[in-house]
Design a protein around this ligand. Sequence first.
Ligand code: AR6
Length: 183
Amino acid sequence: MKVRIHGQILELCQGDITHQEVDAVVNAANCSLAGGGGVDGAIHRRGGPDIMRETDEKYPDGCPTGSAVISGAGNLPARHVIHAVAPVWSGGARGEAALLAGAYARCLELAVENGCSSIAFPSLGTGAYRYPLDQAARIALSTAIDFLNTRGRPELVRFVLFDAGAYGAFAAALEELSGNTPK
Ligand code: AR6
């Protein structure tokens, strides 16, 4: 599914974030940037040890929840990895929505600051951190749509959903938010 926002493309696909040939791929990291399972495990496994070496050196204090930091991409086909930290879901009354939106917005900001014209996101927070998928999809997409509307960049924002359930949740949210039928 693909929509145009101010001439830029926002698209959804089902797949693996580590295979994306874009300028920046986003990692679903933790605040100590220590690696882990899910997206984080896959990125460090395929990308190789250079990525962790660089983040250890540049960001010894890690990254706060709701924000992101950038590194090279090692052996991945992307140029950069942007390590974003989603909140752990604990019921929704602890600022989770603002923190999740902040993580997405910071990734987009870092992509623009680093001259990236394309970026691919996984669904941040909806695995080990248990953010409810439907709510997370709306936050992810509305943050990207707002950013594209106000900044007009990057040229391509892609959400790479790992399974059919996540794809369906994002597709429903995108239809609702963009008022467009699937293309
Ligand atoms: N490509 C795309 N999406 C994926 C992939 C992949 N290769 N692998 C999993 N997903 P998670 P979080 C989906 O747990 O919830 C780690 O241990 C997955 O189905 O990766 O932000 C970190 O170190 C889910 O929908 O990220 C942190 O400690 C989504 O990506 C913590 O988990 C996110 O799942 C971060 O948890």
